[in-house]
Write a protein that binds this ligand. Sequence first.
Ligand code: FMN
Length: 152
Amino acid sequence: MKTLIVYYSHGGNTGAAARRIAEQTGAPCAALTPAAPYPGEYKPLAAQAWQEIQNGFLPPLADIPDLTGVTRLLLGTPNWCGTMAPPVAAFLAGVSTDGLRILPFCTHGGGGPGKIAADLQKLCPGADIGPLLSIKGTELAVEDLRAWLAAL
Ligand SMILES: Cc1cc2nc3c(=O)[nH]c(=O)nc-3n(C[C@H](O)[C@H](O)[C@H](O)COP(=O)(O)O)c2cc1C
């Protein structure tokens, strides 16, 4: 059983969750990096994110983590406009997830996970998708993390 953590984080919250998960599991982490960086300021970032999500645009990535031999994927994304951030959708479009066990996690700003779980299911119809761990900002309780990892 080989486990890999793959995540995208723009502001650091999802990255912080990924590091917590890595500490608990000992699994390696791979951060997704868009080839063209997103704007740092919120307004242009939000406008670009909204456009990309509306158009189903998949931003090219600097590189795609190698899933060779990986059987379990812990997949992290921020909630952007109610769904996963486009770099995560771009990653999923670039790999085969058939037969993979996927445990998703997301961070959000108070709106909850939106339709991340439903959209993930659509993008990975051949994967065995477990429960979604939804984290407000960086508020991740140890018990919630343990309970989620028990589904691994
Ligand atoms: C473009 C954009 C769109 C967002 N949309 C939502 C949203 O729809 N609902 C929500 O609760 N939070 C939303 N947020 C807040 C982020 O989900 C939250 O700050 C998250 O923890 C950021 O993760 P990161 O620090 O790993 O990038 C949005 C943030 C950005 C930048």
